[in-house]
Write a protein that binds this ligand. Sequence first.
Ligand code: ATP
Length: 271
Amino acid sequence: MTTPAEAFAPAKVNLTLHVTGRRDDGYHLLDSLVMFADIGDRVTVRPADEISLSVTGPFAEGVPNDARNLCWRAAQAFGAPVAITLDKQLPAAAGVGGGSSDAAAVLRAMEAAFGRPAPVDPLTLGADVPVCTVAHAAHMAGIGERVLPLTMAPIPAVLVNPGVSVATPEVFAALASPDNAPMTPWPEGGGTAATLRWLATQRNDLQAPAIACAPVIAEVLDALKGADLARMSGSGATCFGLFEDAAAAEACAAELSAAHPGWWVRATTLR
Ligand code: ATP
């Protein structure tokens, strides 16, 4: 490797998240339709004598720059020393898979830089890392290891984070029942309207427990009530509003940004 390599780490959005059981080892079984935004973090890897990490960008504060960071662990797992730069554009501990998407991006960048596939099972880095290596619409199941890429119509969306971070283990601890119904079959190859109709019949089982941990999430969902569908992603606190029309998503984002200057609000397209 002689030149730097860059990779984009898109925000991951769980359009549905059904918690369908719990294994004896404590891992939760999930059934989730995942799509990715056109906004996200950016990672760069450069040749170096040892692994290092520099975190920049609007959400750099509080993000670890050592082996606690999934970028670092991805480089370690790849087995080559690189200097990593992480431009943190996504809020952390926000339910949009920041760390997982960053780890997958480091693996992609290192594969490009070293010209060989990553010799690592992405699941060993985290439950969301396998789906983040796909980085476009997919059905995720099991504890995250089963990933089936899907062809879905792109969906205009608004992502909103109210600035509170939510710890995933706390949300799972507040989950009343870990044994809920799986998703019903989604409309394969349908348009955006058909997908939205189907999504309205599905759930995020972590939404109620996350609201119990961070009541402001209910305010965010209320602020998104003009969307065709509003729901929380992952274990929160980021919520999304979905729209059939990109102009409506842009208008909603402009309105919410003006009304809530402290919130992180972005219009995007999910793919
Ligand atoms: P998910 O949607 O997969 O549950 P999340 O978006 O809720 O993930 P992350 O942004 O991955 O959560 O952050 C969770 C914790 O992981 C943070 O509190 C942080 O300490 C740690 N962390 C490790 N690597 C990273 C990273 N690259 N970016 C942000 N946080 C990271």
